[in-house]
Design a binder for this molecule. Sequence first.
Ligand code: ADP
Length: 236
Amino acid sequence: MALIKCENVSIGYEGQTVVKDLNFTIEHGDYLCIVGENGSGKSTLVKSLLGLKSVERGKIIYGDGLKQTQIGYLPQQTDVQKDFPASVGEVVLSGRLNSRGMRPFYTGADRKEAAEKMEMLGIQDLAKQCFRDLSGGQKQRVLLARALCATKSMLLLDEPVTGLDPIVTAEFYQLIRRINRESKIAVVMVSHDIESAVEDASHILHLQESMLFFGTAEDYRRSSVGRKFLGGGADV
Ligand code: ADP
């Protein structure tokens, strides 16, 4: 059974439909990149997948034991987040809050989970540092560790490399690939970077009012949509 199945989904704001007729599935271990121009509805879809925004029409069906609150979410960067006045350890630990309901305290298991994820991402030495003093790349690793604390099966990343330099971006993509392959966690990433998306992702969802394309990255490369957006040289 698919982790997420979207059936004829339309989403909008106050009667103004933003995206319509979405039909796609996300299976266990998939790496889906959602691409499309600014304003094509990518973030709106992300909000609906997280259950933060209801759909106008159609259904989003969660399967394979996945609950909306157990999706590890790395939001688009905001200035508020960048200046978050907490330690790295606290930021990572806060990823545990959503997944097991509201509790006023953390358990030993929560702390163990947070420590494991920090080690996995090589940020354990930063645990006591203040989040706002970190570099952009370090911040994204911390927020990734936080998102991993919230899930066992799916990460949802909204434009995670915005503002990062090319080397740090490449490292971040590599990390995501590793998590996807080694931990078998499905990755859903909103991206502007179609070239890298096609390189790394197993599936592509291209939005433009409706669904321009949904399928494997390989089929996307060969499709007329893919060829158009990847430029002339993509005919492989
Ligand atoms: P993308 O993430 O692809 O850039 P968005 O999902 O942010 O696109 O936006 C899609 C459309 O929805 C845009 O036309 C945008 O103006 C509109 N929109 C986004 N958020 C809101 C909101 N809170 N209220 C009304 N319209 C919105």
